[in-house]
Ligand binder design. Sequence first.
Ligand SMILES: N[C@@H](CCC(=O)N[C@@H](CS)C(=O)NCC(=O)O)C(=O)O
Length: 249
Amino acid sequence: MSVDLYHGEPASNSLKVLQAIHEKGVPFNSHYINLTKFEQHDPQYLNINPAGQVPTLVHNGRVLTESTIINEYIDDAFDGPALKPSDLYDHHLMRVWTKYVDEVFRPSLSFLAWHALIPGLAKSLPEGEFEQRLGRIPLKEKRDKWALAASGGFTERELETWRHNLAEVTDRVEAALTGHDWLVADQFTLADIAVFAMANGMPRGHPHLWNEERAPNAMAWLARMRARPGVAAALAMPNHTNFVAQEEA
Ligand SMILES: N[C@@H](CCC(=O)N[C@@H](CS)C(=O)NCC(=O)O)C(=O)O
């Protein structure tokens, strides 16, 4: 059996899959892709994942993309503790969380980070290099969004929506954890993994939301997550650029 994982820093979508693979105890070959050097757009990597994004799992020569769906595959394909609830309704609730992370939490976090960081990054590069890097991004949607972020083109209304979304995420997590250790079914599941992948950096990136006063349950859950051996092993993966979730592209 061969399992190869192509991933970036232990943050965001890479952290999502790193947690699942470590929690299941699956032996794997780690291939670090340095996003700050845009290695995800290198032709060798594009041969594996034409979208030019991480993470990518290759299991016995078969390529799997999309972190949320990779995690369901990891849970189904390998031995180890179940990461999905067996009850169908709880399973549904778990997937509502993972969908919410993909559709609301992760984009809001990313767009706000791009708004804060990309104009500076673009200016720091030699003349024309940012445009050259943009030209190598395979996904048009991503290329356009980066170009817009670089020119400071996000509207105040968009920024306000994303900030509102992050506050809503915080409240939802806080409410779900009232009287519970885990987000769904009093069991550690892929919902915890998906939310944590983005939330791990929230106390640092958005301290006005994720703090002991406003979100005590969420803060205690973060500590509980970090104390799990599988999650701790995922977080201990090389962090070459000291990225945390809210800074990742
Ligand atoms: N829907 C994809 C998104 C993957 C994604 O956005 N990956 C980011 C890192 S978290 C990435 O590769 N960014 C670099 C780029 O797009 O150039 C998934 O969930 O796996």
